[in-house]
Design a protein around this ligand. Structure first.
Ligand SMILES: NC(=O)c1ccc[n+]([C@@H]2O[C@H](COP(=O)([O-])OP(=O)(O)OC[C@H]3O[C@@H](n4cnc5c(N)ncnc54)[C@H](OP(=O)(O)O)[C@@H]3O)[C@@H](O)[C@H]2O)c1
Length: 352
């Protein structure tokens, strides 16, 4: 039976015949810190015709995420790595401009974690979800109501088990995950300590409601600074970085401390190589501390609960969130590198 098109779909189908795509691929694996040379922007690519069940989406916003560093390595990770020549991974929100799926029509605003570093994506319907872009700014689905926000919730509540009155310390505290983690910890009634790389970021953390802050780049002795701010010791460490910040927190644990290992961005120059530093087995033993690594997708069945919790904070009116957005697909590689050098201030996004 002939496919029925709405007028809008008909116009957009006609329009796509003139579209070409631009997308970033991996050139080769970085051996240490990645550089622009590891990435290539391909231009003028034809968009393949849709198969049944597929949709063509034009990106509005793409998410720039640190996890890409782990994926551009030959080391085995939690999911398949990116091969040289492959499209780089990113979540995106955008508009369906052509559909061969019964679930979507042209004009739908959608989210996909499989979008990739590109302007247009042809995706299977099972990789795409409709979003409500009337009530909520669409890019929020890539930030506080998306993967980073959910990570903050599960890391703090489920893995860290943060409770009222406890001391919670958060590294990369002004970033996409850190901003939300700090505000959730405040909502639980914790004492919150932010660790960031600049005074400007410290000011922002104060506005978010963090009780204390430390600029680790200006601190001669990070461990004793943490001791000053956390005299009873750290109950929950939300570890977004690993590296020397982790070392300094490990010297300041309270009894029954929980360390939620969320990310290891401080190891971006040595993925797959040994992470050499002090060992803290005695601190873990005497404090009966727990160290737990987690991935947000481990909690997929509870995503709704986390979204509701964060949305509740937003509706109460004092939730704050900073985005750091640049224009155009050509800025994607440099935006990614900014994350690894503390040059972003807030959730890094690309507006297409
Ligand atoms: N486990 C999961 O499922 C999951 C999900 C999402 C994200 N993550 C992880 O969570 C962390 C935060 O991600 P995000 O998206 O919110 O990024 P982000 O915090 O918005 O940006 C990255 C931040 O990392 C900090 N950083 C970079 N290099 C550093 C270094 N050498 N030492 C210390 N800090 C450094 C910088 O903050 P400063 O300016 O303060 O240094 C930078 O702004 C990342 O490690 C990411 O991989 C994990």
């Amino acid at each position: 039976m002939a496919q029925k098109y709405s007028f809008l779909e008909y116009v957009k189908t006609f329009m796509t015949q003139n579209l070409t795509n631009r997308r970033w691929v991996l050139v080769d694996y970085p051996d240490s810190m990645p550089s622009e040379d590891n990435f290539d922007l391909q231009v003028g690519l034809d968009i393949p015709p849709l198969k049944e069940g597929e949709v063509l989406i034009s990106a509005d916003y793409l998410s720039v995420d640190p996890y890409v560093r782990g994926r551009i390595s030959p080391t085995v990770g939690y999911t398949a790595g990116v091969l040289p020549g492959d499209l780089l991974p990113a979540g995106g929100v955008g508009e369906v401009i052509q559909s061969q799926s019964n679930m979507f029509k042209a004009g739908d605003i959608v989210l996909s974690s499989s979008f990739g570093w590109q302007e247009y994506a042809v995706l299977n319907e099972i990789e795409v979800r409709k979003i409500d872009a009337e009530k909520i700014p669409r890019q929020a689905y890539l930030s506080y109501l998306g993967m980073p926000g959910l990570t903050a919730y599960f890391g703090l509540v489920k893995v860290g088990g943060a409770k009222k009155g406890e001391t919670v310390i958060i590294s990369a505290a002004s970033g996409a995950v850190g901003q939300v983690a700090g505000q959730i910890a405040n909502s639980i009634g914790c004492k919150t300590v932010a660790i960031v790389s600049s005074d400007e970021k410290l000011e922002w953390c104060k506005e978010l409601g963090y009780s204390h802050g430390i600029n680790y780049k200006k601190t001669a002795n990070l461990s004793s600074e943490i001791q000053n701010k956390c005299p009873k010791g750290v109950d929950v460490y939300f570890d977004n970085t690993g590296g020397p910040i982790n070392d300094a927190v490990m010297e300041n644990l309270n009894i029954n401390a929980r360390i939620a290992v969320c990310g290891v961005i401080a190891l971006a120059d040595r993925i797959g190589k040994p992470d050499i530093g002090p060992r803290y087995w005695r601190q873990i033993l005497v404090n009966r501390a727990t160290i737990t690594g987690f991935l947000v997708f481990d909690f997929a069945e509870e995503f709704k609960k986390a979204e509701n919790y964060i949305w509740n904070l937003v509706e109460k009116g004092n939730f704050k969130f900073k985005e750091d957005t640049s224009d155009g697909i050509n800025t994607m590689a440099s935006a990614f590198l900014d994350l690894l050098h503390s040059r972003n201030f807030g959730k890094r996004l690309i507006k297409i």
